[in-house]
Write a protein that binds this ligand. Structure first.
Ligand code: PHE
Length: 341
């Protein structure tokens, strides 16, 4: 009688285990047969009703069946788990195709490039060509040829990044003046944009690497009036028709006379505001008449030719033009900043 019940339980248990299609169903089958109130458990509990002889026989049959069912459940469990993992992997496939919307997000030029392109265009319109020089430069071009002798403070280790005793990271684009003179004959009319390096720590207005644009004109009868006219033309084209410039006496070793050049504040027009710190004017560059020693170093006869030169900081111009208060914004490539241009 009980043997028959066990046989039936074996058949129906194996069938139900086989037919469960997920872990949940399988667990229900386990509880139905092997749980505390399960069918096989009930059989085991009823063993006490049996006779002394029958008890061990039926008992071992029932235990065998329990092991058998447990074994089947374990195997089926493994199978179902593998299927579940496979399904998960299938459904979790990462979509690496690009969305239509993303492809619409075009980039645009960095503010530096915008400023540089505009400035280049103005000078090219005045007949200038673009020159270049190396960022790793000989001291003889960066200093000596620019009338800046060995004992000049600008050559100090504190200010200048040396590679060897006579090779440095250029501190200014002015050595391109000398290279341009050595490479060509007057008339020379160039601008030379590029990176320059100084031993400065980073803050809102300093960086050990920054950008300058050098300008050089060498020809017969070039005078301070040409310099002033050129810079005025540039300032009006770039900052607006009403802009005036102001030359303040200054000193650079490689120009004589030298000047610092300011433009009337393009925000307040000269009456004083936050942007120009109530000065009415904003300094934009250094300039002057090329020193005779520099012309000589460039292989040009100062008795025949004269010239003017200027150098402006690109960071400074960009910060003025776009009202940027911290220079670091220009280097950090934060999309929230760049998006504004
Ligand atoms: N090279 C100078 C500087 O870095 C700027 C300058 C260039 C001044 C040309 C005069 C003429 O400060």
């Amino acid at each position: 009688m009980i043997q028959e019940t066990l046989k039936l339980l074996e058949i129906s248990g194996a069938k139900e285990i086989n037919e469960s299609i997920n872990m949940e169903e399988l667990d229900q089958v386990r509880v139905k047969y092997l749980g505390k109130k399960g069918e096989l458990t009930n059989v085991l509990k009823s063993l006490s009703n049996l006779s002394q002889e029958q008890r061990p026989v039926v008992g071992s049959l029932a235990n065998e069946l329990r092991e058998k069912l447990e074994d089947l459940i374990e195997k089926k469990g493994h199978m179902l788990k593998n299927i579940e993992i496979d399904n998960k992997l299938k459904n979790e496939k990462i979509d690496i195709s690009i969305s239509k919307n993303i492809s619409k997000a075009y980039g645009h030029s960095h503010p530096f490039t915008i400023v540089l392109d505009d400035i280049k265009e103005i000078f090219m319109g005045m007949g200038y060509s673009i020159a270049e020089g190396p960022e790793i430069e000989y001291t003889k071009f960066n200093f000596d040829a620019l009338n800046t002798p060995a004992d000049h403070p600008a050559r100090d280790l504190q200010d200048t990044l040396y590679i060897t005793d006579d090779i440095i990271l250029r501190t200014q684009t002015s050595p391109v003046q000398v290279r341009a003179m050595l490479n060509g004959k007057p008339p020379i009319k160039i601008i030379a944009p590029g990176k320059v390096y100084r031993s400065d720590s980073v803050d809102a207005t300093h960086s050990p690497m920054f950008h300058q644009i050098e300008g050089l004109v060498v020809d017969k009868n070039i005078s301070m009036a040409d310099l002033k006219g050129t810079l005025e033309m540039f300032a009006r084209s770039y900052f607006g028709e009403k802009t005036n410039i102001r030359l303040r006496p200054h000193h650079f070793p490689f120009t004589e006379p030298s000047a610092e050049v300011d433009v009337t504040c393009f925000v307040c027009g000269g009456s004083g505001c936050r942007v120009c710190k109530n000065e009415g004017y904003i300094e934009i560059l250094g300039a002057g008449m090329v020193h005779p020693n520099v012309l000589k170093a460039g292989g040009i006869d100062p008795e025949v030719y004269s010239g003017f030169a200027f150098g402006m900081g690109l960071e400074r111009i960009a910060m003025i033009k776009f009202d940027i208060s911290d220079l670091r914004n220009l280097y950090e490539n934060d999309i929230r900043f760049l998006e504004q241009f």
